[in-house]
Design a protein around this ligand. Structure first.
Ligand code: NAP
Length: 245
């Protein structure tokens, strides 16, 4: 197995799958985390191995701290180190603010923001000990500008930005960087399950670069933030949104 190790949460589909494959091409052994889509995670790993990469799949609900701790212990057992953590796992929901239930709110917070908290807190003692590491958190443009009918989603994505900026300051003395990527509209299951075709076409028109992004657009940005070339970049939010914001 490769010596360098990256964990990508929510890597069974969409953006996470593309990030996992790209980091494998960059020489990282990759832990392909999934929650429910085991077959898809296996396909991602197959693609990684076919391209000469290494890694394994790991089932873990990022909102469950015991699950997350188990994933970190397993990674350390397999690779002896964790160089990069990409907090990508996430859920979305379209609802009027007045229709959001307390359960909707709790689930949004516990998966999208609690997941980032769990994974960062679980991996950091190891990274601090090594005085090295890179954390990349996937936020959203809606975390900066807000989206109608996605108040809970926008709130947690804004929370990820605040968490990242604060954590970047706290971990900088240990040479650990923490950055966010704020994707625009990216063609994945999340987009197509929440929005109809007309809305997606309208969003493409409103994007200055005139198209919906691809998971690979985000993967390339993540690979840069995971590379030595980004050693002096921390606490930043990199918009990968075709000029939307
Ligand atoms: P997606 O296609 O719906 O994929 C979501 C991924 O997250 C899946 O791999 C899913 O795993 C995983 N996941 C969900 N809940 C999980 C949990 N509790 N524990 C572990 N994994 C979990 O979504 P995507 O579009 O690729 O989105 C990836 C990230 O980008 C999310 O954080 C999203 O908010 C953000 N983002 C997306 C867009 C966009 O336009 N697509 C824009 C801005 C930001 P299983 O299938 O295995 O359950």
């Amino acid at each position: 197995m490769s010596n360098k190790c990256a964990i990508v949460t929510g890597a069974s589909r969409g953006i996470g799958a593309a990030v996992a494959k790209e980091l494998a091409l960059c020489g990282f052994g990759v832990i392909v985390n999934y929650n429910t889509s085991q077959d898809k995670a296996e396909s991602v790993l197959e693609a990684i191995v076919k391209n000469g990469g290494t890694g394994y799949i790991y089932k873990c609900d990022v909102s469950n701290r015991d699950d997350v701790d188990g994933m970190i212990v397993s990674a350390l057992k397999q690779f002896g180190r964790i160089d990069v953590l990409v907090n990508n796992a996430g859920i979305a929901q379209q609802k009027l603010f007045t229709d959001i239930t307390c359960d909707d709110w709790s689930r949004m917070v516990s998966v999208n923001l609690g997941g980032v908290f769990n994974c960062c807190q679980s991996v950091l003692p190891h990274m601090i000990h090594r005085k090295s590491g890179k954390i990349i958190n996937i936020s959203s443009i809606w975390g900066s500008v807000g989206a109608s009918c996605e108040v809970h989603y926008s709130a947690v994505k804004a929370g990820i930005i605040g968490l990242s900026k604060a954590l970047a300051k706290e971990t900088a003395p240990s040479h650990i960087t923490v950055n966010c990527i704020a994707p625009g509209c990216i063609m994945t299951d999340m987009l197509t399950s929440e929005l109809d075709n007309d809305t997606i076409n309208q969003l493409a028109k409103e994007t200055p670069l005139g198209r919906i992004g691809t998971p690979n657009d985000i993967a390339k940005a993540a690979a840069f933030l995971a590379s030595d070339g980004a050693d002096f970049i921390t606490g930043q939010v990199l918009g990968v949104d075709g000029g939307f914001c």
